[in-house]
Design a protein around this ligand. Structure first.
Ligand code: FES
Length: 213
């Protein structure tokens, strides 16, 4: 489906933020993905036209970063961290429970198009391991049963919140925020006492970068 004129207009607006327009490519790709649920040839061509670069240059970027998808994601993107700390604390069990609950596998969507699963790398949230993400919002300290409960609530159309507060919207809405981060949602709190524990102790002990002992 061709990228709409209103999305092209928003792409031009993003390009105008940067001294060098091609620096806008990453948020522009998120914008294309917010419209088409994946990066399509039409999305690539629209970015190339707006930035006056070749489709091959856009494709090189879109295929390098794993947040850009070449198959339809569906309504919700579900990420499960299975890196070292999350894996040790149950991330693999969470993954197994979610594949069973959705019927989806790595980088594939469920048959009903509701959920797209992905094994993801460390989300810099190890203090709350194991971690899953729903449309890139954190779900901290999950268990197999709490992860499946999130899926079931979303399936029933119930309101679900990240363990850090924000309401879960859907993948396309998140992609639009990644293109236009000035939508006010960035003001939501994103750190807690557990994450700041090391810094708090360092301050209490008067430690600085030069005398950590
Ligand atoms: S290992 Fe999962 S958030 Fe760091």
């Amino acid at each position: 489906m061709p990228i709409s004129e209103s999305t092209r207009e928003q792409m031009r607006e993003i390009a105008g933020r940067y001294p060098s327009a091609r620096s806008a490519l990453l948020p522009m790709l998120h914008l294309a993905q917010s419209e088409e649920d994946e990066i399509t040839t039409d999305g690539i061509n629209a970015c190339a036209e707006v930035l006056d670069i070749t489709p091959a240059e856009v494709t090189a970027v879109a295929t390098f970063y794993t947040m850009y998808k070449r198959t339809k994601v569906g309504k919700h993107h579900i990420g499960v961290c299975t890196n070292t700390l999350c894996g040790l604390l149950g991330g693999d069990a969470v993954w197994d429970a979610l594949t069973e609950a959705t019927g989806a596998g790595h980088n594939t969507a469920s048959a009903d198009g509701e959920f797209f699963l992905e094994r993801i790398e460390c989300q810099a949230a190890c203090s709350n391991a194991p971690v899953m993400t729903v449309d890139w919002e954190y779900m901290d300290d999950v268990t197999p049963s709490s992860a499946v409960e999130v899926i079931e609530k979303l399936r029933r159309g119930e309101e679900v919140h990240s363990t850090r507060g924000p309401v879960i919207r859907d993948f396309e809405a998140t992609e639009h925020t990644l293109a236009f981060p000035d939508d006010g949602l960035a003001d939501a709190p994103s750190v807690d006492a557990k994450m700041l524990a090391g810094l708090t102790i360092a301050k209490e002990r008067g430690m600085t970068g030069g005398n950590a002992q």
